[in-house]
Structures are given as structure tokens and as C-alpha cells.
Design a binder for this molecule. Structure first.
Ligand SMILES: Cc1cc2nc3c(=O)[nH]c(=O)nc-3n(C[C@H](O)[C@H](O)[C@H](O)COP(=O)(O)O)c2cc1C
Ligand SMILES: *[C@@H]1O[C@H](CO)[C@@H](O)[C@H](O)[C@H]1NC(C)=O
Ligand SMILES: *[C@@H]1O[C@H](CO)[C@@H](O)[C@H](O)[C@H]1NC(C)=O
Ligand SMILES: *[C@@H]1O[C@H](CO)[C@@H](O)[C@H](O)[C@H]1NC(C)=O
Ligand SMILES: *[C@@H]1O[C@H](CO)[C@@H](O)[C@H](O)[C@H]1NC(C)=O
Ligand SMILES: *[C@@H]1O[C@H](CO)[C@@H](O)[C@H](O)[C@H]1NC(C)=O
Ligand SMILES: *[C@@H]1O[C@H](CO)[C@@H](O)[C@H](O)[C@H]1NC(C)=O
Length: 393
């Protein structure tokens, strides 16, 4: 009898309480309060203060299958988690007695001037977060902020629709492409990308032939069908792709110093170090580790090529770390997709939050010029010891 009453009371409390319990996935606890949130309804954007908040808002609001599609990594998500955790092992050196009044975040990428050292990385299907605006809100928010956006070839909107959403004729965008086994398709898309005014190609080279097995997402969709990526993609095939466009090609998804060196030897202007947000080869190292490896084994790469990097960047301190290791610019994948839940305003807020953090951390470190961030600003010994082995230098 008493037991029945207690059960009834417990049931009543559960009904009256609107508290939404969201599994925060082990993200840093900075006090985000979701108790007033309603499942399926976007919480007020102004209550979100960091990029992880935008992820939790998306988790609360998107269809579970859509959230899984953005959020998923490959297999056990060891690389996905490593991307988020690597920052714990980096120390930032903050120098004092410096004049930091004149903040400059301007960065050139392949010779084009942008106002920020981070950019929106290619990510498929922006329409899952906002079916109306999809990629168009990413174009507009990036354009307003003077930052680079690199749409995916697997976008919801077409190459031409994305190009024509530019906020001004001066807005510069690059475009991602996959190495399709269908060469007619490859040539057609490269021609359309160039005709639409994109200034460079990020050629994704880390999932040629096959995609990673993204279990978290497959549970909703069933096994992925053949993506149609060429599995015959060797150096000869790479040369053939370079020959199909007059735009500069930047290989995206470099994960070893050897491949970085190969790209240098082949005369590429830039490479993009990435493990695809942990969505391809589970067990691949983080960009921090790959950049350290390139610094150790092929340091000339940083002198002769521009290097971009991404993976797990959620805070300005992560941007600073990658810049200090020699990256020129840093990509944001999931955060941009999650923020697009709110359309252009959401993406603009994401950019604003990261930009504010960046100016703040740089001033606290005694460096107001983003182009002057170098390895003197970080201590990576902990990572180096674990990656190269204790006792190595
Ligand atoms: C939902 C989603 C879709 C993606 N689609 C592509 C793609 O079409 N082409 C590509 O080169 N990379 C793609 N990526 C990888 C991103 O460009 C980027 O490397 C990665 O998301 C960076 O990690 P982050 O999400 O932790 O910021 C995708 C990533 C996500 C999360
Ligand atoms: C950054 O670039 C913008 C646009 O080119 C320019 O107006 C601004 O003065 C630059 N800022 C600094 C600090 O150089
Ligand atoms: C880019 O910025 C640099 C330095 O601020 C400037 O000299 C150059 O003219 C700018 N280039 C373009 C295309 O605006
Ligand atoms: C190859 O791509 C072209 C252009 O997109 C398309 O018309 C053709 O049907 C494709 N061929 C195959 C075999 O899928
Ligand atoms: C590049 O294209 C030209 C003209 O179409 C062709 O003659 C040449 O063999 C191609 N080179 C490669 C490496 O594919
Ligand atoms: C999509 O973005 C637009 C504007 O950028 C916004 O008004 C709208 O609320 C967003 N959400 C949906 C579901 O369309
Ligand atoms: C890094 O920049 C600082 C400050 O501009 C400079 O004094 C130092 O020599 C540079 N260090 C390296 C390793 O390049």
C-alpha cells in the first residue's frame, strides 16, 4: 500500500516536472541548465554561450536520426573522442608585459584575405538542421563575418544555389569535392564549381573507395550504400584530377607526415590535415599529433605550403593550439552544422562566440597578432611523450 503511494507520487513528480534530461556525452561541464528546455523545441539562442551548448541544443531539438548523422564517428569513436580530449594535454604559455591593445585576427588563405583564422569546413546535408535555408545560412553568416566557408559536394543545396547566396561579389568561397569513380561526374562538378566562382577545391582524399562505418548513424539508416568514391585513387589518378581544373587543389584528410611530404614534392600549395572528425579511420591520430609528426619529420612542409587543420575544435584555445603548431587556418565541422539549427543567426552566434574567445585568449597570452602565434605559445611535451614514446626527443 505504502509502496503503491510512493510509486504514484514518483509518477506524478515525473509528469509535473518539465525537466529535460540530456546525456551531455562527457562534454566539459560549464553549468549549462537544460531544466526549462522542451524536447524538440530549440532553446533560446541567447542562452547558449559556447560551441558545446550549440551541440546540446541540437541534440535536444533535431530528430534523433539527424543528430546521429551529424554527431557520429566511425566504429568505437576512439578518434572522435581523442579529437575532443587532446586539448587537455596542451599547456598554453601566457606572456605578460606586452601591449595587446591592437588585436588583429586577419588571415590570408591561399592568398585571399579573411577576417578570421578559422573557417566552416565541408559537411554534408546542412538541410538536416534547417531544411529551409540549409547551406545558404552558412554562406550568409560566413560572408557577413568575412570568413571562409567551404561547402561539401554532398550539400542539400546545389553548387549554383550556394554560390548565388553570397552576400557580396567579394565573398570568397572554396568548394569540397570527392574523387568519384564516375569521371564524367567528377569533371562536370569541377567545371560547375569553377564556373560558379569558387576559388579553390578541397579534394577529400581520406575516404577514397570507401567510407568509414559510422555505427551510431547506421542504427537509424541501415548500412551505407556504396558512396561511389574511386578506389583506384593513386598518385597517377591524383595527377589526372589536378589536370581537370584550373583551380588550386588542396588535398583534405592528410593523416601522416609521409603524405604531407608527398604533397609538398608534388608541388601542392596547401594541404589540409584532418581525420574527418573521426568519421573515417577510427584509431587515426588527432591533428595535433599529425602536425607534431610533420614538424619532426618534414618541417619544410610548413615553410613551403600552407597547412590547414581540423578536428574537435570547440574553443578558441584549440584554434590557437593548431595555429601554434603551424596551421594557417582551422576548420569547424559539427559546430557549424549544429548552430545552423537557428539558421543564419545561429551560425553568426557561433562565429561571434569563437571570435570573442579568440581575442580574449590571445590577449591573455600576450599576443594580439594572430599571424605571430608560433610554437613559443604552447607546451606539447605531454602529447609528444605519449605519441613519440618517452625518452625520444
Ligand atoms: C556531418 C558531417 C558531414 C561531413 N561531410 C563531409 C564532406 O562531405 N566532405 C568532407 O571532406 N568532409 C566532411 N566532413 C568532415 C569535416 O569537413 C571536418 O573534417 C570535421 O567535421 C572536423 O571535425 P569537427 O566536426 O570535430 O569540427 C563531415 C563532417 C561532419 C560532422
Ligand atoms: C583586417 O582586414 C580588414 C579588411 O581587409 C581591414 O579593414 C582591417 O583594418 C584589418 N585589421 C587589421 C588590424 O589589420
Ligand atoms: C590582403 O591583405 C594584405 C595585407 O593586409 C594587403 O596588402 C592585400 O592588398 C590584401 N589583398 C586583397 C586581395 O585585398
Ligand atoms: C556518371 O555521371 C554522369 C554525370 O553526372 C551521369 O550522367 C551518368 O549517368 C553517370 N554514370 C553512371 C554509370 O552512373
Ligand atoms: C592532362 O590533360 C591533357 C589535355 O587534356 C592531356 O594531354 C594530359 O595527358 C593530361 N595529363 C594527365 C596527367 O592526366
Ligand atoms: C532556419 O533558418 C531561418 C533563417 O536563417 C530561420 O528563420 C528558421 O527558424 C530556421 N529553422 C527552420 C526549421 O527553418
Ligand atoms: C615566436 O614568436 C616570438 C614572439 O614574436 C619570437 O620572439 C620567437 O622567436 C618565435 N619563436 C619561434 C620558435 O619561432
Amino acid at each position: 500500500m505504502l509502496r503503491a503511494h510512493i510509486l504514484l507520487l514518483a509518477g506524478l513528480c515525473a509528469t509535473l516536472s518539465s525537466a529535460v534530461t540530456i546525456d551531455m556525452e562527457g562534454l566539459p561541464d560549464t553549468g549549462l541548465d537544460t531544466s526549462t528546455w522542451v524536447t524538440g523545441v530549440a532553446p533560446p539562442l541567447e542562452d547558449l554561450y559556447e560551441l558545446n551548448d550549440l551541440q546540446i541544443a541540437a541534440k535536444n531539438t533535431l530528430k534523433p536520426s539527424s543528430y546521429a548523422s551529424y554527431r557520429t564517428g566511425a566504429l568505437d569513436e576512439i578518434t572522435y573522442q581523442a579529437n575532443l580530449e587532446i586539448w587537455q594535454y596542451i599547456k598554453l604559455n601566457g606572456f605578460t608585459f606586452r601591449d595587446v591593445s591592437d588585436l588583429n585576427l586577419n588571415t590570408s588563405i591561399l592568398g585571399y584575405n579573411f577576417s578570421l583564422p578559422f573557417f566552416i569546413a565541408p559537411a554534408a546535408n546542412a538541410g538536416l538542421a534547417n531544411s529551409t535555408t540549409a547551406e545558404l545560412s552558412l554562406v550568409e553568416a560566413a560572408g557577413d563575418a568575412g570568413m571562409l566557408y567551404v561547402p561539401s559536394i554532398s550539400s542539400t543545396k546545389s553548387i549554383e544555389q550556394i554560390a548565388s547566396a553570397s552576400v557580396s561579389p567579394d565573398q570568397v568561397m572554396f568548394h569540397q569535392e570527392y574523387v568519384w569513380s564516375n569521371k564524367t561526374r567528377l569533371q562536370d562538378e569541377l567545371t560547375r564549381i569553377e564556373a560558379a566562382g569558387f576559388k579553390a577545391i578541397f579534394l577529400t582524399v581520406d575516404n577514397t573507395g570507401i567510407n568509414g562505418i559510422r555505427t551510431r548513424s547506421i542504427r537509424f539508416t541501415g548500412e551505407e550504400t556504396d558512396p561511389g568514391h574511386a578506389s583506384t585513387f593513386d598518385l597517377k589518378a591524383l595527377a589526372a584530377v589536378r589536370n581537370m581544373t584550373s583551380l588550386p587543389i588542396v588535398p583534405k584528410g592528410i593523416k601522416t607526415w609521409q603524405d604531407a611530404k608527398t604533397c609538398l614534392d608534388l608541388g601542392f600549395e596547401a594541404i589540409y590535415v584532418s581525420n574527418h572528425g573521426g568519421r573515417v579511420l577510427d584509431g587515426a591520430p588527432t591533428s595535433v599529433e599529425v602536425l607534431l609528426d610533420i614538424r619532426k619529420n618534414a618541417p619544410e612542409v610548413f615553410e613551403k605550403m600552407e597547412v590547414y587543420a581540423d578536428g574537435g575544435v570547440r574553443r578558441a584555445n584549440h584554434v590557437i593550439t593548431l595555429l601554434a603548431l603551424g596551421a594557417r587556418a582551422v576548420g569547424l565541422g559539427r559546430s557549424a552544422m549544429f548552430s545552423n539549427l537557428y539558421g543564419k543567426e545561429g551560425v553568426a552566434r557561433m562565429i561571434y562566440l569563437l571570435q570573442t574567445e579568440l581575442g580574449t585568449s590571445m590577449k591573455l597570452m600576450g599576443e594580439s597578432d594572430v599571424s605571430a602565434i608560433n610554437s613559443s605559445y604552447i607546451n606539447t611535451k605531454w602529447v609528444e611523450n605519449r605519441y613519440f614514446g618517452f625518452g625520444s626527443s
